[in-house]
Design a protein around this ligand. Structure first.
Ligand code: SAM
Length: 314
């Protein structure tokens, strides 16, 4: 059997992604950032305005699993999952709504996956107190959105644009950042969240990336790359480190189903344990215990899942 990308098997991807969310503080650290930092950062975007325009690029999944894809996974308690549907996007919006009472918020979502859009819509339908917020979904990639805007010569401008955990899927990152930056109103901000250049992910991709089945739909990009691009372009920005970790202890228990799924997520490989050459598997599993990747607390190992939030000025 040869190794193949995890992204080539949607239900397998969803299952391992779900486990990643359960075992990591990914979601929690983003919510904390929104609560403690982002609102301050966005403090000026709505001043004196009767409407705030927010563009969410790749906002569909919002760390969610659509109900239809869940049906493919082993049965799990549904409630906690429903709670994460659309959570990040909606958290941002409801915080803005609370900060600017009475101001209308127009939220446009650029998202290529029909399934993710359905999940997002379900979440909106089941959330109360979204009265002053309007939603428009565009089923398209960021590049399709860019082409459509350029062709229409419309170039609608925005007060806040965010790209959370999505630039991995974009081919020309500098051009994408340039385009969305050009859509900012004066005083507006563009937020990018990606894994940090100091995370275990960065080390893992650097060392093992060439030996893993990288799907050309997904790039091994970290906040360090984005900062290089921004520095090169002379953009003004501010970076925030979001400490996060993932309990990977199960990865070291031979034959453990959850451990295998987490290894699949870490290596972005379908059935990594069964399809990877033995030397590669042994090397990765041994490395994951090392301090560069994980911290040992008691008898548990926590992989460094730090994220970076980069806020670019207009
Ligand atoms: C890992 S999810 C992140 C979702 C969400 N922003 C969050 O973190 O809460 C990545 C999302 O980007 C979307 N995506 C993938 N390629 C894209 C592209 N070229 N343009 C816009 N969105 C894309 C995916 O469909 C998915 O919904």
């Amino acid at each position: 059997m040869t190794m193949r990308s995890l992204l080539s098997d949607h239900s397998h991807y969803v299952e391992s992604f779900h486990l990643f969310l359960e075992n990591s503080t990914e979601h929690h650290c983003m919510l904390e950032f929104i609560e403690k930092k982002l609102l301050g950062i966005l403090s000026s975007i709505g001043n004196g305005k009767s409407a705030i325009n927010v563009l969410s690029v790749g906002g569909g999944a919002a760390l969610s699993l659509s109900l239809s894809s869940l049906a493919l996974s082993p049965p799990r308690p549904l409630l906690p999952l429903i709670c994460v549907l659309g959570e990040i996007d909606l958290q941002i919006l409801t915080k803005l709504q609370a900060k600017y009472p009475g101001v209308v918020i127009h939220n446009d979502v650029v998202e290529p996956s029909a399934e993710q859009i359905i999940a997002y819509k379900e979440r909106v339908a089941n959330t109360s107190n979204l009265e002053n917020i309007t939603f428009t979904w565009h089923k398209e990639t960021s590049l399709e959105y860019e082409s459509r805007m350029k062709a229409s010569k419309e170039m609608r401008k925005w007060n806040f644009i965010h790209m959370i955990q999505m630039l991995y899927y974009v081919q020309d990152i500098p051009a994408t950042i340039r385009f969305f930056h050009s859509l900012l109103e004066p005083g507006a901000k563009l937020l990018i969240i990606l894994v940090s250049g100091t995370s275990g992910w960065a080390r893992l991709w650097k060392k093992f990336g060439p030996r893993l089945p990288l799907n050309d739909l997904c790039m091994y990009v970290t906040s360090a790359h984005i900062e290089e691009i921004l520095d090169g372009a002379g953009q003004r920005y501010q970076s925030y480190e979001l400490p996060s970790d993932m309990d990977i202890t199960d990865c070291f228990i031979d034959g453990n189903k959850n451990g295998e799924l987490l290894l699949d997520f870490l290596t972005e490989t379908c059935n990594f344990s069964k399809t990877a050459p033995l030397d590669l598997k042994n090397e990765i599993v041994e490395d994951l215990k090392k301090l560069e990747y994980s911290e040992k607390r008691g008898d548990k190992y926590f992989f460094n899942n730090n994220l970076s939030a980069i806020v670019i000025e207009s």
